[in-house]
Design a protein around this ligand. Sequence first.
Ligand code: AMP
Length: 170
Amino acid sequence: MDLARYLRDVPDFPKPGILFKDITPMLGSTEAMREAIERLGRLDVGRVDKVAAIESRGFLFGVPLALRLGVGFVPVRKPGKLPWKTHRVEYSLEYGTDAVEIHQDGVRAGERVLLVDDLLATGGTMGAACKLVENCGGIVAACAFVVELCFLPGRARLQGRRVESLLQVR
Ligand code: AMP
C-alpha cells in the first residue's frame, strides 16, 4: 500500500511558506491506519517497554502502536497540561523557545522507550522528548515518524539516536 496517497499537502498552513502535511486522510482510512501501525510495530528496534508520543498528533499513532506492541503508553505534553509531578525540557524554535513535559513516573529506570510522532521537521520537539525519557532514567530505543521532511535537518539534530520513518519527503 502506498501510504503517501493518504497525506494531503496544504500550502501556506499555518503560515505563508509552510507546506503542511495533513494526516487526516490517513486517520480517515482504516486500511491506511492499520498499515501504518503495522509498519511502525514491525520496526526492528529491539525490546520496547513503553511507547511515548508527543501531543497531539503523535498520540494518534502512539496509542494504537502501544496496543499493537502490548506495552504501556506515555504522553509527552506542552507545559501545564499534565496533572502529576513532571520533568520539563526546553528547546529552541526559529524564534524563541518551547518546552515539553512528562510525568516523572511515566517511564521507570532502565525501560526502553519507543518515541513516536507524526512528522519529523527540525527535530527540536523529538530531541526534547528524548531528553525527557532519559531524565526519567529510561533508554530511547528509537524515534519513529510517519513522515520525515528530508530537506530539513531533523535527522542531524537527532544524531546518535536511531531514527525511523515510514514516508520520506524530499
Ligand atoms: P520539529 O520539532 O520541527 O521537528 O516539528 C515537529 C512537529 O511539528 C510535529 O509534531 C509536527 O506535527 C509539526 N510539524 C512541523 N512541520 C510540519 C509540516 N510541514 N506539516 C505537518 N506538521 C508539521
